[in-house]
Design a binder for this molecule. Sequence first.
Ligand SMILES: NC(=O)c1ccc[n+]([C@@H]2O[C@H](COP(=O)([O-])OP(=O)(O)OC[C@H]3O[C@@H](n4cnc5c(N)ncnc54)[C@H](OP(=O)(O)O)[C@@H]3O)[C@@H](O)[C@H]2O)c1
Length: 225
Amino acid sequence: MEHAGLHPHPILIVGGGRGIGAAIAREWPEQSTVWTRSHAVDASDPEAVQSAFAAYHARHGAPFALVHCVGDFAERPLLGTDLGTFRHLFTSNVDTVFHTLQAVVPAMVQARRGRVVLFAAAGVDKDRGMLRAPVYFAAKAAVVQLARSLALEVAPAGLTVNVIAPGLIHHPHSHQESQTRMLPRVPQGRLGEVADVVGAVRYLLSDAASYVTGQVLTVDGGLQA
Ligand SMILES: NC(=O)c1ccc[n+]([C@@H]2O[C@H](COP(=O)([O-])OP(=O)(O)OC[C@H]3O[C@@H](n4cnc5c(N)ncnc54)[C@H](OP(=O)(O)O)[C@@H]3O)[C@@H](O)[C@H]2O)c1
């Protein structure tokens, strides 16, 4: 389906196998290519990402949009986080972004157009601590900072780079115990749906957002985390 204002160009969705990423892929089924480990691309492996992008580029050229949705969550206090979990959270949330950007964005710069959308989490762009999942939120804060810097780096080539920061988004694989516990902190009184996030992606990929870059778009119903 093609929407008014969205360029009919390819969209590459890293982590689009389920949850939010799968909903984005369903929105643009003809244009979307999905990478996940189940689709044989492990975004934590830089060589795998480079070689997957070489094959993608030979077929589609540079994508119009790069959407990165990978990002595991763990709700543990800082002093209760073991080294393996710490490393995994940074690998899943930050390394996969870095490898993907390095593999894909140079071709978008060469094409002199495109949109990059990364995923953080509601509240990480605020100047305060996070009691609930400190290592996850630290990794997401790194994603925001990478996006803000990349936005400046690639603006002259006509690319935008923005971040969506979801609150509690319900889907079959979301962290439902944690979301149910946090629900009273959502002034709108409901969990978010994947459609709420897809709407934000649709905006960032539209002509209406061509002058919006380096921003964090929070989709959380007013969550007081
Ligand atoms: N859901 C929420 O309430 C919520 C709230 C705040 C922020 N977020 C953020 O929003 C984004 C999407 O969340 P979600 O809940 O839709 O995530 P999800 O259900 O965990 O789905 C993540 C997707 O990424 C893929 N993936 C995981 N590791 C990968 C890797 N190393 N290489 C390639 N693909 C990989 C998974 O497929 P495979 O397992 O097959 O690889 C899956 O398709 C994440 O960044 C998350 O941190 C979500």
